[in-house]
Design a protein around this ligand. Structure first.
Ligand code: PMP
Length: 454
């Protein structure tokens, strides 16, 4: 144990203080949480909403730009931004307008809307790939792509990284059993009775030898990967990792699929585009239509041709791909507005500058306080990691992370008007985030460092 580690009694005492402060300052959120228990499991519309640290989940009255207001009338500088859904800010004007206009012209018809051609051109312009399909969530888009990958290659296996998260997709909800090197069902998964992990191989991130060994049997349809892992802390790829990994996939006939749902924070068009990785397919959800439920997946012309052949070779009937509301008229209108007005160089220039300012401020404070912790940044997304170095794979995070300190940091900041993403201390800068928001976060961080040192 590090000499500078915070004793757990100290953490527990601070957590108690912060919980009391939350209760005293959030009577309306507390009352809503209690009343909602009558009709919602755990008192919330989605059970994860209870996973934020704190005695009750904050009830949101409204969110605009980079600010969020709770039922108690308190304002927050929002660095969570709906865990990326609102990465371009809450309800940006051009998006709100497009949604309002379309709301009067039909929401869903199970037919392509007149926005379709413009959306296709904009998707290619922003993300580089020529052929697209829509889904309602990144989870769906990933699930559908796995089907296409298996259907087009005729191979049963898919490959993911240990510590990955690609949404509610059974095939990917697996872990690496480090001792045996085998794939196991993620223990937290509810109600899964199928032996789905028999068809998923899992390897540690940043380990080219393990990747090659997993591909060598030529039975892997696709590698589904985030370009940097963002869901077990933020784990960037080693320098030179991706070009070699990409080449290995090519050599072994495995499709190279990039899930850019979070790494879209890197730069306009996402990480793979910015780094010239030439994926066979890309998935983007959450922020792609500015937070309106919508996800897209794009493929190369070569893969599109294989998809057409696979579909034509199958008997008539259910493909198992798609849902009724996918590509609905409202989503198409929002997508066109988002691709035109939100996915812009100017927005990214602002987001990256703000994130750099925040990183700089956090690093200076950690140095001044003598805390051996790390800040890792990927464009507009950064993470305060209570560990001595940037992790290289999921096992590093399992060994080094300090969960209690993360939760305390989160609640401490929330009580002082700053919202971080729960589960790990992720911060995201939007086009609406200002240097004043950054100063507010840094001032609260100063307070936290003092409280931890007392
Ligand atoms: N891919 C990645 C990389 C994600 O982080 C997530 C959600 N955090 C998803 C897919 C799934 O997104 P959704 O929950 O919107 O389906």
């Amino acid at each position: 144990m590090n000499a500078l580690a915070i004793p757990s009694e100290r953490l527990a005492a601070l957590r108690r203080q912060e919980s009391e402060r939350f209760v005293a300052t959030h009577p309306r959120s507390m009352a809503q949480a209690e009343a909602a228990r009558a009709h919602f499991l755990f008192g919330v519309p989605l059970h994860w909403m209870r996973d934020w640290p704190g005695p009750a989940t904050l009830a949101v009255e409204r969110a605009q730009g980079a600010a969020l207001f709770c039922a108690d009338g308190l304002r927050y500088s929002d660095f969570c931004l709906g865990d990326t859904g609102a990465m371009f800010g809450h309800s940006p004007e051009p998006l709100a307008q497009a949604i309002a206009q379309q709301a009067e012209r039909g929401l869903t018809c199970m037919l392509p809307s007149t926005h379709t051609v413009a959306v296709g051109e904009a998707l290619q312009r922003v993300f580089g790939l020529p052929v697209w399909q829509l889904a309602l969530s990144a989870s769906d888009a990933n699930r559908f792509l796995l089907r296409w990958a298996r259907a087009t290659t005729g191979r049963p296996q898919v490959l993911v990284f240990d510590g990955c998260y690609h949404g509610a997709v059974d095939d990917t909800l697996v872990d690496l059993d480090v001792a045996s090197g085998t794939t196991v069902r993620r223990p937290s998964l509810l109600g899964q009775v199928h032996n789905h992990h028999a068809h998923t191989r899992v390897v540690p991130f940043n380990d080219l030898a393990a990747l090659e060994a997993a591909l060598a049997r030529h039975d892997v349809a696709c590698l589904l990967a985030e370009p940097a892992l963002t869901n077990c802390g933020l784990i960037p790829p080693n320098t030179g990792y991706w070009p070699v990994a990409r080449e290995l996939c090519r050599r072994h006939g495995t499709l190279f699929v990039m899930d850019e749902t979070h790494t879209i924070s890197t730069a306009l068009g996402g990480y793979a585009r910015a780094h010239g990785l030439e994926p066979d397919a890309v998935v983007v959800g959450k922020a792609v239509a500015g937070g309106l439920p919508c996800a897209v997946y794009g493929v190369t012309t070569a893969l599109a041709q294989r998809m057409v052949r696979a579909k034509e070779a199958a008997p008539e009937g259910h493909s198992g791909i798609g849902t009724t509301l996918s590509g609905n008229a409202l989503a198409m209108a929002a997508l066109e507005a988002a691709l035109t007005h939100l996915h812009t160089e100017a927005n990214y220039a602002h987001m990256l500058a703000i994130a750099a300012l925040l990183q700089d401020g956090l690093v200076k404070r950690l140095r001044a306080a003598g805390r051996p912790w790390t800040v890792t940044r990927l464009g507009a997304r950064l993470e305060l990691q209570f560990m001595p170095r940037t992790p290289r794979h999921a096992q590093d995070v399992r060994e080094l992370a300090q969960g209690e300190l993360e939760s305390l940091t989160h609640l401490f900041m929330l009580n002082r008007g700053v919202l971080l993403t729960p589960f790990h201390n992720m911060m995201l800068a939007s086009p609406a985030t200002t240097p004043t928001d950054v100063e507010r976060l840094l001032a609260v961080f100063d307070e936290l460092l003092v409280a931890l040192a007392d």
